[in-house]
Design a protein around this ligand. Structure first.
Ligand code: OGA
Ligand code: MN
Length: 289
């Protein structure tokens, strides 16, 4: 059984069918990896993976990041529960720490860009979906790089941005959702504004909400420039929006894709489970689970 790959109408994303992610032989995994490198976002409808199966599939892409304290289960630090549902079944309010933490996800970002070694991939599985809204949007930073004005592309070539979770999350609040020790372990870090993808050799923009300003440039001016770049980058035909059904799994490449939640009515439950594949690095990664 070979996976069937159907690209979306956008410059990124493909739907993969004819495959069972909990029973995947090496040939099928190789086909998936190749498709992932080509399309950057893969959508697997109706997989209904358990948390254990999601972790096992995720680990095929590399070691997993451990999550921040308050979002992981007691059982597996590699699992993140993105949920507005409390233990007692009632819903977190928008103004609670959890509500604000989730709200942060609704701005274009790439996961863990505020960590010294940023994430390679994220995998999200839908457990409970709201009646309306709750989609996730993905934006292709390879095509965004290709679409840059040549002068801007040349100017950005050697630029370094400071990425900071205190900066990005500070804008929406909810900073109490992670512990003091975790804040101390997340000082601002520097990331190149242009990355080259190790598997494809394609260049792409590496920006998003955690990018605060550009090193060596005026902080306010470069912040405005980064925001403008992000707005221009995240436009059709570089956007694919996924409308979730329960059981779907989506994997995206954090090295070359921005994503954001589109939000949903907060009186409706939404429960998602995420795993995060750590970035490849020769250095020790303190965030590996
Ligand atoms: C994430 C994320 C957005 C969403 O899981 O990293 O940003 O729609 N999710 O839940
Ligand atoms: Mn995210």
């Amino acid at each position: 059984m070979a996976p069937e790959i159907t690209p979306t109408d956008a410059t990124l994303g493909a739907v993969v069918s004819n495959v069972r992610l909990n029973a995947l032989d090496d040939a099928a995994f190789a086909a998936i990896l190749e498709a992932w490198h080509a399309h950057a976002v893969l959508i697997f409808p109706g997989q209904y993976l358990s948390e254990e199966e999601q972790v096992a599939f995720s680990r095929r892409f590399g070691p997993l990041e451990r999550s921040l304290t308050k979002t992981h289960t007691k059982h597996d630090p590699a699992i993140i529960h993105l949920s507005n549902v409390k233990k007692d079944g009632s819903l977190w309010e928008a103004k609670s720490d959890t509500g604000r933490l989730l709200q942060g996800n609704n701005y274009w970002h790439t996961d863990s860009s505020y960590k010294r070694i940023p994430a390679k991939a994220s995998l999200l599985v839908a457990k409970v979906v709201p009646k309306s809204g709750g989609e996730t949007a993905f934006a292709d930073m390879r095509a965004a790089y290709d679409a840059l004005d040549p002068a801007m592309r040349a100017w950005l070539a050697d630029k370094i941005a400071v990425h900071s979770y205190a900066y990005s999350q500070g804008k929406v609040g909810g900073t109490g959702a992670i512990t003091r020790d975790e804040w101390d372990a997340l000082p601002p870090v520097e990331q190149p504004v242009i990355r080259t993808h190790p598997a494809t050799g394609r260049r792409n923009l590496y920006i998003g909400r955690h990018a605060s300003h550009i090193v060596g440039e005026d902080p306010d001016e470069s912040r405005k420039l980064l925001e403008g770049l992000c707005t221009a980058a995240c436009q059709a035909p570089r956007i694919h929006v996924h409308k979730w059904d329960v059981g779907d799994l989506v994997i995206w490449d954090n090295r070359c894709v921005l994503h954001r939640g589109l939000g949903h009515p907060l009186d409706q439950p939404r429960r998602m489970v995420r795993t995060t594949v750590a970035g490849d690095s020769d250095e020790a990664n303190e965030w590996v689970a």
